[in-house]
Unconditional design. Structure first.
Length: 161
Protein backbone atom coordinates (compact mmCIF):
# COMPACT_ATOMS: atom_id res chain seq x y z
CA UNK A 1 0.00 0.00 0.00
CA UNK A 2 1.32 3.40 -0.99
CA UNK A 3 0.86 6.50 1.14
CA UNK A 4 1.02 10.18 0.36
CA UNK A 5 4.45 10.23 2.00
CA UNK A 6 5.62 7.55 -0.46
CA UNK A 7 4.31 9.62 -3.37
CA UNK A 8 6.11 12.72 -2.10
CA UNK A 9 9.34 10.77 -1.64
CA UNK A 10 9.14 9.44 -5.20
CA UNK A 11 8.43 12.91 -6.57
CA UNK A 12 11.32 14.46 -4.68
CA UNK A 13 13.62 11.82 -6.14
CA UNK A 14 12.43 12.05 -9.76
CA UNK A 15 11.01 15.53 -10.25
CA UNK A 16 12.66 18.91 -10.61
CA UNK A 17 9.35 20.47 -9.51
CA UNK A 18 7.73 18.00 -7.11
CA UNK A 19 4.95 20.35 -5.94
CA UNK A 20 3.85 20.97 -9.52
CA UNK A 21 3.96 17.25 -10.31
CA UNK A 22 1.93 16.52 -7.17
CA UNK A 23 -0.68 19.09 -8.26
CA UNK A 24 -0.98 17.38 -11.65
CA UNK A 25 -1.27 13.98 -10.04
CA UNK A 26 -4.00 15.30 -7.74
CA UNK A 27 -5.97 16.86 -10.61
CA UNK A 28 -5.70 13.67 -12.64
CA UNK A 29 -6.83 11.50 -9.73
CA UNK A 30 -9.97 13.62 -9.36
CA UNK A 31 -11.19 12.97 -12.92
CA UNK A 32 -9.69 9.53 -13.53
CA UNK A 33 -12.01 6.58 -13.87
CA UNK A 34 -11.95 3.69 -11.38
CA UNK A 35 -8.95 2.16 -13.16
CA UNK A 36 -7.05 5.44 -12.88
CA UNK A 37 -7.24 6.22 -16.59
CA UNK A 38 -7.68 9.71 -18.00
CA UNK A 39 -7.75 10.64 -21.67
CA UNK A 40 -7.45 10.98 -24.56
CA UNK A 41 -10.27 13.48 -24.00
CA UNK A 42 -11.45 14.74 -20.63
CA UNK A 43 -15.12 14.43 -19.74
CA UNK A 44 -17.62 15.90 -22.14
CA UNK A 45 -15.04 18.46 -23.26
CA UNK A 46 -13.11 18.01 -26.46
CA UNK A 47 -9.88 18.98 -24.71
CA UNK A 48 -6.91 16.65 -24.53
CA UNK A 49 -5.55 15.83 -21.08
CA UNK A 50 -2.71 18.32 -21.46
CA UNK A 51 -5.08 21.10 -22.61
CA UNK A 52 -7.48 20.35 -19.75
CA UNK A 53 -4.69 20.39 -17.17
CA UNK A 54 -3.33 23.64 -18.62
CA UNK A 55 -6.73 25.35 -18.47
CA UNK A 56 -7.11 24.14 -14.87
CA UNK A 57 -3.75 25.64 -13.92
CA UNK A 58 -3.93 28.95 -15.84
CA UNK A 59 -5.70 30.78 -12.96
CA UNK A 60 -2.61 30.17 -10.82
CA UNK A 61 -0.58 32.21 -13.29
CA UNK A 62 -2.75 35.29 -12.73
CA UNK A 63 -1.17 36.06 -9.38
CA UNK A 64 2.36 35.24 -10.34
CA UNK A 65 4.89 37.80 -9.11
CA UNK A 66 6.46 38.12 -12.58
CA UNK A 67 3.17 38.86 -14.32
CA UNK A 68 3.51 42.65 -14.26
CA UNK A 69 7.07 42.62 -15.57
CA UNK A 70 6.01 40.22 -18.32
CA UNK A 71 3.13 42.53 -19.27
CA UNK A 72 5.51 45.50 -19.47
CA UNK A 73 7.95 43.53 -21.62
CA UNK A 74 5.12 42.41 -23.93
CA UNK A 75 3.85 45.99 -24.17
CA UNK A 76 7.29 47.06 -25.47
CA UNK A 77 7.57 44.09 -27.85
CA UNK A 78 4.08 44.66 -29.27
CA UNK A 79 4.13 48.47 -29.31
CA UNK A 80 3.61 48.64 -33.08
CA UNK A 81 0.70 46.16 -33.00
CA UNK A 82 -1.25 47.64 -30.09
CA UNK A 83 -4.38 49.68 -30.77
CA UNK A 84 -4.41 53.33 -29.70
CA UNK A 85 -7.38 52.77 -27.39
CA UNK A 86 -5.91 51.87 -23.97
CA UNK A 87 -8.75 49.47 -23.10
CA UNK A 88 -8.40 47.61 -26.39
CA UNK A 89 -4.62 47.51 -25.96
CA UNK A 90 -4.97 46.07 -22.45
CA UNK A 91 -7.47 43.48 -23.66
CA UNK A 92 -5.11 42.40 -26.47
CA UNK A 93 -2.20 42.21 -24.03
CA UNK A 94 -4.26 40.07 -21.63
CA UNK A 95 -5.20 37.73 -24.46
CA UNK A 96 -1.59 37.38 -25.59
CA UNK A 97 -0.47 36.88 -21.99
CA UNK A 98 -2.96 34.03 -21.55
CA UNK A 99 -1.73 32.40 -24.77
CA UNK A 100 1.87 32.70 -23.63
CA UNK A 101 1.03 31.32 -20.18
CA UNK A 102 -0.86 28.39 -21.75
CA UNK A 103 2.18 27.49 -23.89
CA UNK A 104 4.44 27.65 -20.88
CA UNK A 105 2.11 25.60 -18.69
CA UNK A 106 1.72 22.94 -21.42
CA UNK A 107 5.50 22.62 -21.67
CA UNK A 108 5.77 22.27 -17.89
CA UNK A 109 2.99 19.67 -17.90
CA UNK A 110 4.81 17.58 -20.50
CA UNK A 111 8.00 17.64 -18.44
CA UNK A 112 6.15 16.80 -15.23
CA UNK A 113 4.33 13.90 -16.90
CA UNK A 114 7.67 12.41 -17.93
CA UNK A 115 8.88 12.76 -14.35
CA UNK A 116 5.69 11.15 -13.02
CA UNK A 117 6.30 8.25 -15.40
CA UNK A 118 9.89 7.87 -14.21
CA UNK A 119 8.69 7.92 -10.60
CA UNK A 120 6.35 5.02 -11.40
CA UNK A 121 3.21 6.95 -10.50
CA UNK A 122 1.73 7.31 -13.98
CA UNK A 123 1.77 5.19 -17.12
CA UNK A 124 1.28 6.68 -20.57
CA UNK A 125 0.07 5.24 -23.84
CA UNK A 126 -1.43 6.75 -26.95
CA UNK A 127 -4.86 6.32 -28.48
CA UNK A 128 -6.42 7.69 -31.60
CA UNK A 129 -6.29 7.37 -35.33
CA UNK A 130 -3.24 5.08 -35.68
CA UNK A 131 -2.40 3.42 -32.42
CA UNK A 132 0.47 1.33 -33.81
CA UNK A 133 2.11 4.20 -35.65
CA UNK A 134 5.86 4.62 -34.99
CA UNK A 135 5.39 8.36 -34.53
CA UNK A 136 3.44 9.73 -31.57
CA UNK A 137 1.63 12.05 -33.97
CA UNK A 138 -0.87 10.86 -36.52
CA UNK A 139 -3.94 12.12 -34.65
CA UNK A 140 -3.05 10.23 -31.48
CA UNK A 141 -3.37 11.66 -28.02
CA UNK A 142 -1.91 10.63 -24.69
CA UNK A 143 -3.87 8.53 -22.24
CA UNK A 144 -2.50 8.59 -18.70
CA UNK A 145 -3.15 6.00 -16.04
CA UNK A 146 -2.42 6.80 -12.43
CA UNK A 147 -1.12 3.62 -10.80
CA UNK A 148 -3.67 1.90 -8.56
CA UNK A 149 -1.56 2.44 -5.44
CA UNK A 150 -1.10 6.17 -6.08
CA UNK A 151 -4.76 6.57 -7.01
CA UNK A 152 -5.86 4.87 -3.78
CA UNK A 153 -3.54 7.04 -1.68
CA UNK A 154 -4.70 10.27 -3.33
CA UNK A 155 -8.36 9.38 -3.08
CA UNK A 156 -7.97 8.38 0.58
CA UNK A 157 -6.36 11.76 1.23
CA UNK A 158 -9.17 13.55 -0.62
CA UNK A 159 -11.75 11.82 1.57
CA UNK A 160 -9.98 13.03 4.71
CA UNK A 161 -10.04 16.66 3.62
Amino acid sequence: MQTTADILAALSAYSARPRFAYMLLGLMSEVADNKGSIGPRVGSQSATVREWLASSLIPMCAHHRRRQSLLQRMRKEMAAELPLDPEAANALLEEKLKERAARSVKTNISRAMTELERAGLVKRHYAGYRTNHHNRGGGRHAVYTVTPEALAALRRRAQLI
